[in-house]
Ligand binder design. Structure first.
Ligand code: CO
Length: 425
C-alpha cells in the first residue's frame, strides 16, 4: 500500500461524515415527516445551500449548472479530464436518511481530507450533487445527470405536474438557468471517470457480512404488459371444463415469472407488480385480466430468454383454457456497463482500505446510469440494514458509512494514479 493512501485514510473522519448525515437529515419537508426531501421544494433548496457551505469549507470552488446541479471543484496537478464523484440529496416520499446522501457527503469528506492533507490528485476533482435523481411529480428522474449526458430534452422539460407547472419552470425556480440547459452538457472525453457511492438498498452485503460491494454493472429492465381475454360467466352454473377463466390463466403466468427468477439463482429477478381483473366480482368467472411484469438482469441474452419462456408459458396456460393472451413491450431500459478500469481501481482501493469486498450488480438505476452515456463509470455499495430502503428505517451504521467512505477515497486515489499513468505512457 502506498504511504500517501495510508496517510489519507487516517485523515478520513467517520465522525465528521456521520455528523453531516445527521445534519442533512434535519432538512425535512413539513408535510411528509420524518425524512422526506423532495426535489424542487423549498426545503431541498435550503439543504443545498447548507451543502454548498460544506463544500466551500472543504476548499471546493462551487457553482450551480444550468440544470441546478451543485458542483464543487478542486484543481488537479495536470491538465487532465475530470474525476467526478457524487450522487443526489433529494429523496422519495417517505424516504430514509442514506439513499443518495451518503454518496454526496462521503465525497465532501474526501474533499476535506484532500484539502487538509494538501494531497493533490493529478486529475481535477468534481464533487457533484445531481439535481432531482428520484422520480419526480413531472414523471421524470435523474434530472441533473441526464442534463450532463445531453438527455434532458425539450419533451422532458415540458412535462407538467397536476398544477400545470412544467419541469423547466420547477428547475428554473431554484435559480438554475434552464434556458441554457445545453451548457450543462458534458462532452464525451471531458470526464476521466464518474464514481458513485450509494447504499445497496438490498440485503446481500449485510447477510454475507461485506463492508462494500463493487458494482459490476447496472441491470437492464424490461417491462411487459399481458392482456388475457376469456369469457365472464356465472360462477355457480359454469362447469370448470366450460370456463374461459382469464384469472386462472393469469395465475399461471404470475408463477411462470416467479419460476424464471427462482431458476436464475441471483442472475435475474422478475416481478408481476400489477394486475387488473374484470369484472372483479366474487360470483363471476373473470373474463379479462391485464398484468404488467418486469424482468431485470445484467445479461441481455438471459433477459430475452426469460421473457420468451414466460410468454410461452402464458400462451400455453391461455390455450388450455380458451383464453386469448397478448403481450406487448411497455419499456426496455438497457443495462449499463461499468468500466473495467474503474471497477478494478475501486476493488483494489477497497481492499487497501481494509474492507471486506465483493462484486455485485446494481439492481436499480442511479445517476451513474445516465453518466455512463458519456464517461466510464463505477459504483460502490454500502450495506443496508435488512435491505430496507425508501423507508424511514433505512439504516447504515456509522462504522459502515466510514468504511465505505474510506474505500471510496482509496479507490479514487488508485484510479487517479492509474489513469494519470496511462496518459503519460
Ligand atoms: Co439514490
Amino acid at each position: 500500500m502506498s504511504d500517501s493512501i495510508v496517510d489519507l485514510l487516517s485523515g478520513f473522519d467517520g465522525g465528521r461524515l456521520w455528523a453531516d448525515l445527521e445534519q442533512l437529515a434535519t432538512f425535512q419537508d413539513a408535510d411528509a415527516p420524518p425524512f422526506t426531501r423532495r426535489a424542487f421544494g423549498p426545503v431541498y433548496e435550503q439543504a443545498r445551500s447548507w451543502l454548498r457551505e460544506r463544500m466551500e469549507e472543504a476548499g471546493l470552488a462551487t457553482r450551480r449548472d444550468a440544470a441546478g446541479s451543485l458542483i464543487g471543484h478542486r484543481p488537479g496537478t495536470r491538465d487532465l479530464p475530470l474525476l467526478v464523484v457524487g450522487s443526489h440529496i433529494d429523496t422519495v416520499h417517505g424516504a430514509g436518511r442514506f439513499d443518495g446522501a451518503l454518496g454526496v457527503l462521503a465525497a465532501v469528506e474526501i474533499a476535506r481530507v484532500l484539502g487538509s492533507s494538501g494531497h493533490r490528485l493529478s486529475h481535477p476533482l468534481e464533487v457533484v450533487d445531481f439535481t432531482g435523481e428520484e422520480p419526480n411529480r413531472f414523471g421524470s428522474s435523474c434530472v441533473g445527470s441526464r442534463a450532463w449526458a445531453g438527455r434532458l430534452d425539450a419533451r422532458l422539460l415540458a412535462l407538467t405536474d397536476e398544477r400545470g407547472e412544467s419541469l423547466a419552470q420547477a428547475v428554473g425556480r431554484a435559480g438554475a438557468d434552464i434556458e441554457r440547459v445545453s451548457e450543462s452538457v458534458r462532452d464525451v472525453g471531458s470526464l476521466a471517470a464518474y464514481v458513485e457511492l450509494h447504499i445497496e438498498q438490498g440485503p446481500v452485503l449485510e447477510t454475507d457480512e461485506f463492508d462494500v460491494g463493487v458494482v459490476n454493472g447496472i441491470v437492464g429492465i424490461r417491462r411487459i404488459g399481458a392482456r388475457l381475454s376469456g369469457q365472464p360467466s356465472h360462477a355457480g352454473t359454469t362447469p370448470i371444463p366450460r370456463r374461459r377463466d382469464a384469472l386462472a390463466a393469469a395465475s399461471e403466468l404470475v408463477l411462470a415469472v416467479e419460476h424464471e427468477a427462482r431458476q436464475a439463482e441471483g442472475e435475474l429477478i422478475g416481478t408481476v407488480g400489477r394486475a387488473l381483473v374484470e369484472p372483479n366480482a366474487p360470483n363471476v368467472v373473470p373474463g379479462f385480466v391485464e398484468l404488467a411484469f418486469e424482468v431485470r438482469s445484467l445479461d441481455e441474452a438471459r433477459l430475452d430468454l426469460a421473457i420468451q419462456r414466460i410468454e410461452t408459458a402464458g400462451k400455453e396456460a391461455g390455450a388450455a383454457r380458451g383464453v386469448d393472451v397478448v403481450f406487448d413491450v411497455l419499456s426496455e431500459l438497457p443495462g449499463v456497463a461499468t468500466d473495467p478500469r474503474v471497477v478494478s481501481a475501486l476493488e483494489d482501493g477497497a481492499i487497501e482500505a481494509g474492507s471486506r469486498t465483493t462484486t455485485m450488480p446494481s439492481w436499480g438505476g442511479h445517476d451513474a446510469s445516465q453518466i455512463a452515456h458519456i464517461a466510464p463509470v463505477g459504483m460502490l455499495f454500502a450495506p443496508s440494514r435488512d435491505g430496507l430502503s425508501h423507508h424511514r428505517d433505512e439504516w447504515t451504521t456509522p462504522e459502515q458509512c466510514a468504511n465505505a467512505g474510506r474505500a471510496l477515497l482509496a479507490g479514487l486515489v488508485v484510479l487517479d494514479e492509474r489513469l494519470a499513468a496511462d496518459t503519460t505512457a
